[in-house]
Write a protein that binds this ligand. Structure first.
Ligand code: GLP
Length: 263
């Protein structure tokens, strides 16, 4: 795991977008795992701009999202399908047939998890999984105590998540209490991971996930297990990291970051 701290949220976001674009340019037939949430909105705006500037093409990219609310149809403004169309897919040269999310309306939940896992496998596995982190440390919707080897399945959300994400719903109580999510095991199978954490409100959970013990109470800590994971933070989110000087030293001295130092 490598940790990169950038001064501003904008720099952290732009670096994230650039690393994704560069990975796609290096392998155009790319399987990209995507995340939702407020943090990712700026990343998708930047990726859409890079696409408009013809610096990256999604023509051969296939995407798989981490999660979807149970009970919301794709046209619901709060579904993650709607979010993805709105923030990314409607603005890039991707074939929507190649964009996948769990089906929030699936009748047989167990079968839906199995179908989604099979679809990822059939596509050849994920080249890169983009991750945010929830205030309770969740990745996807792997709430505290989710198995660190879990696969795609339905999960009951925590009251904390209902409170944090409820702000997007009107009324907040209409937010679904359950969701489909890739498991931590599914996420760790991706060939690479980029996690983006921004904002002062994430400083505590960032320190727990990155420098605390590996544990299912903070499923984001599972990034510590991955052999090819990069975690990008802004200064605010990195405020409670103890090894920040070391992370900065690596950033300044690792040749592979040479071309990114302007971020
Ligand atoms: C949701 C998503 C997560 C995301 C989290 C953080 O719960 N399921 O994948 O990481 O939100 O969201 P935000 O960026 O809004 O803090």
């Amino acid at each position: 795991m490598e940790v990169i701290v950038r001064k501003t949220t904008g720099d952290a976001v732009n670096l994230t977008a650039q690393l994704i674009a560069d990975a796609i340019c290096a392998k155009p037939r790319f399987n990209l795992g995507l995340a939702t949430g407020g943090t990712m909105e700026a990343v998708y705006a930047r990726i859409a701009a890079l696409n408009a500037e013809k610096k990256v093409s999604f023509a051969k990219v296939t995407t798989f999202n981490l999660d979807e609310y149970i009970g919301l149809p794709p046209e619901d403004v709060n579904s993650y399908r709607y979010y993805m169309n709105f923030h990314l897919f409607d603005h890039v040269d991707i074939n929507k047939k190649n964009t996948h999310l769990p089906d929030g309306m699936a009748k047989d939940e167990e079968a839906e998890g199995i179908r989604y896992e099979k679809a990822i496998k059939k596509a050849g596995g994920l080249d890169l999984q983009l991750l945010g982190i929830g205030h309770d440390g969740h990745i996807g919707f792997n709430e505290p105590m989710s198995s660190l080897t879990g696969r795609t399945r339905s999960k009951c959300l925590t009251p904390n998540t209902l409170e944090v994400n409820g702000k997007y719903f009107n009324p907040p109580e209409s937010m679904p209490k359950r969701a489909f999510t890739m498991g931590v095991g599914t996420i760790l199978d991706a060939r690479s991971i980029i996690m983006l954490i921004t904002g002062a409100s994430k400083a505590d959970i960032a320190a727990q996930a990155l420098e605390g013990p590996l544990c299912s109470m903070v499923t984001g800590s599972a990034v510590q297990l991955h052999r090819n994971a990069v975690v990008i933070l802004d200064e605010a989110a990195a405020a409670k990291l103890t090894l920040k000087d070391y992370y900065n030293f690596i950033w300044e001295n690792e040749p592979k970051w040479d071309k990114y130092r302007h971020f």
